[in-house]
Design a protein around this ligand. Structure first.
Ligand SMILES: Nc1nc2c(ncn2[C@@H]2O[C@H](COP(=O)(O)OP(=O)(O)OP(=O)(O)O)[C@@H](O)[C@H]2O)c(=O)[nH]1
Length: 399
């Protein structure tokens, strides 16, 4: 139900006093505005976000495997997306000869482990415990070099997918048809169709058509790799439907065309509203984040060089020459909301800001719920551990 406040908080001047009322609902931009939340907001601050370091929760620290033949581009993908390496520098990367595990956890909101496998890994090698590896895996990215003959890659894909599926049927299989920068548009489509057909035929021949493979055309030389990685990561975020829903309500009430929730460090978008994503829009958002961070690095730090280029004050407005406005606002230490707004809708900036305020709080609530579950699970597990008798049979706690 629409619950339009009598006045926007900025007009009333005293934001603190309004805090409780504000969480009641979004200010309606269009008719039919929905209620955002009807509970009291317990703002958890940044700590309210997912505790990915929690050992009890594999669900929030998922493992992503990067597999594929040698030189298909696995390490390059990892370096470009998570280490800001420029694509040209990847030409000098050495071949990976052991499994490299990396925790993408401290630097960004998107928190997971990436395991980069050497191309020549042998499933029949008894020292390679693939069961253990696949058991804790959320997504398996298989990289196929589209500029090379991909028959061998397809055979390896089939072997990998069938093995992994037997161990863990819940893995998401994500196929990156990579290095498409070297292909013409027609050739790209044809390659994707051919790889899709062959990979699925192989599965059907093995009576495993129930395995779902998702395909992406990627290249480190444009934003396609970030977009594909965004989709892979989104599937591993249990709160995704809620985030999407919040974004849908936010944009429909604020006259916004499109909104993305970005992880600022990696430029992966962890959620967007349900209108279709077009590549240009996504690229503009990525460019805007780069501009904001670059400018902040130059002019936003203190004189002694301390401070961070991205903080609570971070926000930016960029007016394009096509009557569109790009609006970026800080949501948490790691997240930014980037919106596309028409100039005439942006005239109601006060309303957008008010709705953003509600949106931000609602997001904190979502993760606060999650934190409570994690905390109670930790507590339960701790209690169970204490109840278990010690090896010599004496109880750990007085009964
Ligand atoms: N044209 C093009 N070249 C790419 C792309 N991604 C990676 N490469 C190049 O592919 C080559 C191999 O990349 P790596 O990342 O080392 O491949 P890898 O799969 O990690 O190789 P191993 O460690 O041997 O398994 C490098 O020269 C990269 O510059 C891409 O999107 N387009």
């Amino acid at each position: 139900m629409s619950q339009v406040p009598r006045k926007l908080p900025e007009e009333e001047g005293d934001e603190e006093e309004e805090e409780e009322e504000e969480m009641v609902g979004l200010a309606g931009y269009a008719d039919g505005a929905e209620s955002f939340s009807d509970g009291d907001a317990e703002s958890g601050g940044d700590e309210a976000f997912l505790d990915f370091n929690d050992p009890f929760s594999t669900e929030v620290k998922p493992r992503i495997l990067l597999m594929g033949l040698r030189r298909s581009g696995k390490s390059s993908i990892q370096k470009v997306v998570f280490h800001k390496m420029s694509p040209n520098e990847t030409l000098f990367l050495e071949s990976t000869n052991k499994i490299c595990r990396e925790d993408v956890s401290n630097s960004s909101f998107v928190n997971f482990q990436i395991w980069d496998f050497p191309g020549q890994i042998d499933f029949f090698d008894p020292t390679f415990d693939y069961e253990m590896i696949f058991r804790g895996t959320g997504a398996l990215i298989f990289v196929i070099d589209s500029q090379d003959d991909y028959m061998e890659a397809l055979a390896r894909l089939h072997l990998t997918v069938t093995r992994a599926y037997k161990v863990n049927p819940d893995i998401n299989f994500e196929i990156f048809i990579h290095k498409v920068d070297g292909l013409s548009d027609d050739h790209k489509i044809e390659t994707q169709r051919d790889i899709h057909q062959r990979a699925n035929d192989d599965l059907a021949d093995a009576a495993l058509e129930k395995i779902h493979l998702s395909f992406y055309l990627t290249s480190i030389y444009d934003h396609s790799i970030f977009e594909a990685f965004s989709k892979v990561v989104q599937k591993l975020i249990p709160q995704l439907p809620t985030l999407e829903n919040l974004l849908n309500i936010f944009i429909s009430n604020s006259g916004i065309e499109k909104a993305f929730l970005f992880d600022v460090v990696s430029k992966i978008y962890i959620a967007t509203d349900s209108t279709p994503v077009d590549m240009q829009t996504y690229e503009l958002c990525c460019d805007m984040i780069d501009v904001v961070i670059d400018i902040s690095c130059i002019y936003g730090l203190k004189d002694d060089g301390t401070g961070t280029p991205y903080d609570k004050e971070s926000m930016a407005i960029i007016k394009l020459n096509n009557t569109t406005v790009l609006y970026l606002k800080e949501v948490t230490k790691f997240l930014a909301l980037v919106c596309f707004v028409r100039e005439e809708s942006f005239e109601r900036k006060g309303l957008i800001d008010y709705n953003f305020h509600c949106f931000r709080k609602a997001i904190q609530e979502v993760f606060e719920v999650r934190m409570k579950v994690v905390r109670s699970r930790k507590h339960q597990s701790h209690m169970q551990k204490n109840k278990r008798p010690t090896p010599n049979g004496t109880p750990r706690m007085p009964l």
